[in-house]
Write a protein that binds this ligand. Structure first.
Ligand code: MN
Length: 169
């Protein structure tokens, strides 16, 4: 396994959001992050910034369950700032995304872009080229689950262009 890819994935991670305009609970805010006017509520620590080699914009990753011989399953959280997204990539054993806050996009190559919102659960089939990230105005908090890590974790490809991101192609 490519150790750089592994550390990147275990290093990609988390946070959630509410619009500041709608949030009246100004006295009870903890672990929230404001980016471009959108407030994001976190469940887990923010983690480390993902490499620009694999992400456009700012994405942060926090590993929650490391892949080991007992579980062979990688679990972590990623927070995408507004406009941030992954490169195109695929997971040899697939991936499950659980959206815990915010608004974002997911697209399988050759299919329509999908909008993801808090509470959505997305299944990315094995070896299926796709990308995921935040919407332009609101960030995204996603938990990811990668099973059967003995088959591999992620194979990175080219960046998602602005035209692809805007669903304008
Ligand atoms: Mn993925």
């Amino acid at each position: 396994m490519n150790s750089m890819r592994l550390s990147m994935m275990t290093g990609i991670a988390l946070y959630s959001m509410l619009t500041t305009g709608c949030n009246e609970q100004t006295t009870a805010q903890t672990d929230k992050q404001t980016t471009a006017g959108v407030e994001v509520q976190s469940i887990f620590p923010k983690g480390e910034k993902g490499s620009s080699e694999y992400f456009t914009g700012n994405a942060y990753a926090n590993a929650l369950v490391p892949a080991d011989s007992t579980y062979a399953t990688l679990v972590g959280n990623v927070y995408f700032e507004p406009g941030a997204r992954s490169n195109w990539h695929r997971h040899p054993a697939g991936q499950i995304l659980i959206i815990t806050d915010g608004v974002g996009y997911h697209q399988i190559k050759g299919q329509a872009r999908q909008t993801m919102r808090k509470g959505d659960v997305i299944q990315c089939p094995p070896n299926t080229v796709h990308w995921h990230g935040a919407s332009p105005d609101t960030g995204l908090q996603q938990l990811y689950i990668i099973p059967n890590t003995e088959k591999g974790i992620v194979e990175w490809m080219e960046p998602v262009t602005d035209i692809q991101y805007r669903n304008a192609d």
